[in-house]
Design a protein. Structure first.
Ligand code: RUQ
Ligand code: CUA
Length: 658
C-alpha cells in the first residue's frame, strides 16, 4: 500500500511540474520579435517551401501536409476518417476503404506517419500511418496524396506501436498496446490476463514495386503493453527493437500498477530469423478476421476483402528469435542512430536516457550474459548491453531523433523542452523550452541513415496562451527550431489540425517531381465512367437509377432529369472530363444525406442519394471552377412512388411542360 501511494504522489508531482513549467515558460517568446527568425521562415509569395512535413492529425484520423519552414498547411489527406470536404468515405468508390471486421468504421486516431525507405533513406514513395483504435495501417501514395490501402490487424488492440519501417521497407511492423486474448480465444475472463492475454507483433510485407501490403506473420509475444519501436540499420539491419511497459502484467489502475518495476524491457527481435523460419514452413495458420482495403487508381474505386487467417510464430518455441534488454522505467520508445550501432530508449518515468550498443548486445547474446528469463525468453544483463547513460537530461524523456552530425535531440514531456546531446559522449550540449508539453519531435530524415537536419520540429500537446483564444478548445501546435548552430533557436509557432502527434519531414524535391497533375481519361476504368458527353445517360433497373454524368467547364450533363420516383436509390456517377491541372468539379444535391463529391480531372466518383420526398431538387458544382461556375447546375424531378412520369434526361433543351 505504501508503495502505491508513493508512486501516485510521484505521478501527481510530475503532472504539477508540467503545468507549472508550462505556464512560467510562456513569458519567454523572444523568437517572435526576432527579425532573423522571421527571415528564416519567410517564404515569399509564389515561392515553394524547402520541405514537406507530414504530420498525423491525431484524433482527427487524418494526415496533414505542411510546408517547412513556413508552417503553411498544404493539404489534409483523409485516411481513417470520412472527409466531407472531398467525399472520402462518403462516395461509393471510397466507402470500402473504411470497412473493417467490425463493419464500417468512419474514424480513427492516427499517431505515427512513417515514410518508406530505400537503403535506410526516405524515398518519398509512400507514407504509412497507424489507426490506433480499430487497429489498422494505411499506406498513402505520395504521387497522388491519396490513401491507397488500409490493412486491419488481427489479434491486436490499440495499434499504437506502429508503423515502423525496416531499412528497405521490406516490412512495416506494428505491435499491440493493449494485450488481448488472440482472436481464436475470445470470451476470456479479464482475471486470466497473465495466462491468456498476448501481444502480437505484426510483420507486414510491402511489395517493392506497388507498395501493396500483406501480413507475412505475427509473433506471439508475452502480454505486456508494447510501445514504440524502430528497426535497425546498417550493422543492425536484421533487428527491430520494441519497448514495452507493464511487464508487471497488471490489468487495473495501470497508472500505479504498471509502474512498480524499476526496469521494463526493450524487446530485440531478429526479424531476418523470423522470416527464415516462416520460409521453412514454421509457425501455424491461425484463424483471424481482418479487412484488406485497396484503392485502384485506374478504376478510382476501392475494394474491401475479408481475410481469414494469419501465420503465427510463438516466440517461446524459437530460441534466439527475441531477447529482452532491461530498460528504465516504463520505456515509451527506442530510436536507432544513423549508423545503426547505438539505440536509445526513453523511459517516461526514468531519470536517465540509456544508450545501448548493438555490438555489445550481440556480444552479450554470444556469451549468454543473461540475468534470468521471462517466460523462457532470455533477459540480457543491463550493463553488458549499455554503452552509457545521458545523465540529468530533464524530466519525462519521450523520443529521440538525430541530425546526422553526431547529435541527438530528445523531447522531454514533463519539463517541456528539447535536449540536445552528443551521441558518442552522451554529454548535454543545449536545451530549449517548448510551448508546451512536447510529445514527439521531428528532424527531417531524423530516423534515417542520412538525416537532412537543419531543423527540429516540436510537436506539442498543449498550447495554452500561445494563440488567440478560441473558447475551451484551443488550436494544436508545432514549433520550428533551427539546429544549424551549436545552440537551438526557436523560429516559429504554427497551428496544426487535430493533434500533430508525430511528423516526418522530407526535402520537397523528393516528392514534387513525382506529383500527379491529373488522371488520364483514357485510363479511367471505372465501370460507371462517362468519358464524353455523348455517353451521359440515365438508366433505370427496378428502383435503382444510375446517372452517368459528366462535368466540364461550365456544365453538368445531363442537367435536367425527370422520372425519378420516391423510393428509388439514385447513384450519380460524375466523371470530370477535364484534362488539366487544378480543375476539380464538385457535386451536391439538395437534401442529400451525404457529403459533396470533389472529382479530380479524369476521375469518376459516385454519390448515392435516396430522395426523401417528391419535388424538384437542384444539384450543382460546389468548386468554383470558372467564371460561369454558378451556372454549373441542374434539376432532378422526383415524383411519387409508382408515378408514370417517364425517365428522361436532357442537356441544352428548354423543356416543355409535361
Ligand atoms: S507516442 S508522444 Cu503515441 Cu507517439 Cu510518444
Ligand atoms: Cu465546376 Cu464549379
Amino acid at each position: 500500500m505504501k508503495r502505491i501511494s508513493q508512486t501516485t504522489l510521484l505521478l501527481a508531482g510530475l503532472g504539477a511540474i508540467a503545468i507549472a513549467s508550462g505556464c512560467k515558460a510562456g513569458k519567454t517568446g523572444q523568437a517572435a520579435t526576432d527579425e532573423d527568425a522571421a527571415k528564416k521562415v519567410y517564404v515569399a509569395p509564389g515561392k515553394h517551401d524547402e520541405l514537406y512535413m507530414f504530420a498525423s492529425g491525431g484524433f482527427s484520423g487524418q494526415i496533414a501536409a505542411y510546408g517547412i519552414p513556413s508552417g503553411r498547411l498544404l493539404k489534409v489527406i483523409p485516411v481513417f476518417s470520412q472527409n466531407p470536404e472531398n467525399g472520402y468515405g462518403y462516395s461509393e468508390e471510397t466507402k470500402p476503404m473504411l470497412n473493417t471486421s467490425h463493419g464500417f468504421v468512419p474514424w480513427d486516431d492516427t499517431h505515427h506517419p512513417e515514410l518508406s525507405k530505400t537503403n535506410g533513406e526516405d524515398d518519398g514513395r509512400w507514407l504509412f500511418i497507424n489507426g490506433n483504435n480499430t487497429p489498422r495501417i494505411a499506406r498513402l501514395n505520395l504521387a497522388t496524396f491519396k490513401t491507397e490501402e488500409i490493412l486491419e490487424l488481427p489479434n491486436v488492440a490499440g495499434n499504437h506501436a506502429s508503423p515502423f519501417c525496416t531499412e528497405n521497407t521490406e516490412y512495416i511492423v506494428g505491435n499491440t498496446r493493449f494485450s488481448v486474448p488472440l482472436d481464436g480465444d475470445k470470451d476470456v475472463s479479464i482475471g486470466d490476463f497473465k495466462k491468456k492475454f498476448k501481444g502480437a507483433a505484426t510483420f507486414i510485407k510491402v511489395d517493392k514495386n506497388t507498395g501493396r501490403m500483406n501480413i507475412a506473420f505475427q509473433l506471439i509475444v508475452p502480454g505486456f503493453n508494447y510501445d514504440l519501436a524502430h528497426a535497425g540499420k546498417g550493422p543492425s539491419h536484421d533487428w527491430i527493437f520494441f519497448t514495452c511497459y507493464n511487464t508487471e502484467q497488471a490489468n487495473t489502475l495501470l497508472e500505479v500498477n504498471a509502474s512498480q518495476r524499476d526496469k521494463d524491457f526493450i524487446m530485440a527481435v531478429n526479424w531476418k530469423k523470423a522470416e527464415e523460419l516462416v520460409a521453412q514452413g514454421k509457425g501455424h495458420k491461425a484463424p483471424a478476421k481482418y479487412a484488406h482495403n485497396l484503392y485502384n487508381e485506374r478504376t478510382h474505386s476501392a475494394t474491401s476483402t475479408m481475410e481469414n487467417d494469419v501465420t503465427m510464430l510463438d516466440v517461446k518455441d524459437y530460441p534466439g528469435l527475441i531477447y529482452y534488454i532491461p530498460c528504465p522505467k516504463s520505456p515509451h520508445g527506442v530510436d536507432v542512430e544513423p549508423n545503426g550501432e547505438y539505440f536509445v530508449a526513453s523511459g517516461k518515468l526514468a531519470a536517465v536516457i540509456p544508450v545501448f550498443s548493438f555490438k555489445k548486445m550481440l556480444g552479450a547474446i554470444d556469451q549468454k550474459q543473461f540475468e534470468g528469463d521471462f517466460d523462457g525468453i532470455p533477459v540480457l544483463k543491463y550493463n553488458t548491453v549499455l554503452e552509457g547513460e545521458v545523465q540529468k537530461p530533464g524530466l519525462g524523456p519521450l523520443h529521440t531523433e538525430f541530425d546526422g552530425k553526431g547529435y541527438a535531440y530528445t523531447s522531454m514531456f514533463v519539463s517541456s523542452e528539447i535536449v540536445k546531446w552528443k551521441v558518442d559522449t552522451r554529454e548535454i550540449i543545449d536545451r530549449i523550452p517548448t510551448y508546451y508539453s512536447i510529445g514527439h519531435l521531428s528532424v527531417p530524415g531524423g530516423d534515417s541513415r542520412h538525416p537532412y537536419g537543419k531543423y527540429v520540429i516540436a510537436l506539442n500537446k498543449i498550447t495554452k496562451d500561445r494563440y488567440l483564444p478560441t473558447g475551451p478548445e484551443l488550436t494544436q501546435s508545432a514549433q520550428l527550431i533551427d539546429i544549424t548552430g551549436n545552440k537551438m533557436k526557436l523560429l516559429l509557432d504554427f497551428p496544426t489540425i487535430g493533434e500533430p502527434h508525430y511528423a516526418q519531414t522530407i526535402p520537397a524535391e523528393k516528392i514534387e517531381k513525382n506529383s500527379v497533375k491529373f488522371f488520364k481519361l483514357e485510363e479511367n476504368d471505372n465501370p460507371y465512367a462517362a468519358k464524353s458527353e455523348k455517353e451521359a445517360r440515365v438508366v433505370r433497373k427496378g428502383n435503382r437509377v444510375d446517372v452517368y454524368m459528366t462535368a466540364i467547364r461550365s456544365h453538368l450533363a445531363p442537367d435536367n432529369i425527370e422520372g425519378i420516383n420516391q423510393g428509388d436509390d439514385v447513384y450519380v456517377h460524375v466523371t470530370n472530363l477535364e484534362q488539366d491541372w487544378d480543375v476539380p468539379h464538385g457535386f451536391a444535391i439538395k437534401g442529400s444525406n451525404n457529403s459533396e463529391l470533389l472529382i479530380m480531372p479524369g476521375e469518376t466518383a459516385t454519390l448515392k442519394w435516396a430522395p426523401d420526398r417528391t419535388g424538384i431538387f437542384p444539384f450543382y458544382c460546389t468548386d468554383f471552377c470558372s467564371a460561369l461556375h454558378q451556372e454549373m447546375s441542374g434539376y432532378f424531378r422526383v415524383s411519387p412512388k409508382g408515378s408514370n412520369v417517364p425517365l428522361t434526361f436532357h442537356l441544352g433543351e428548354n423543356l416543355a411542360a409535361r
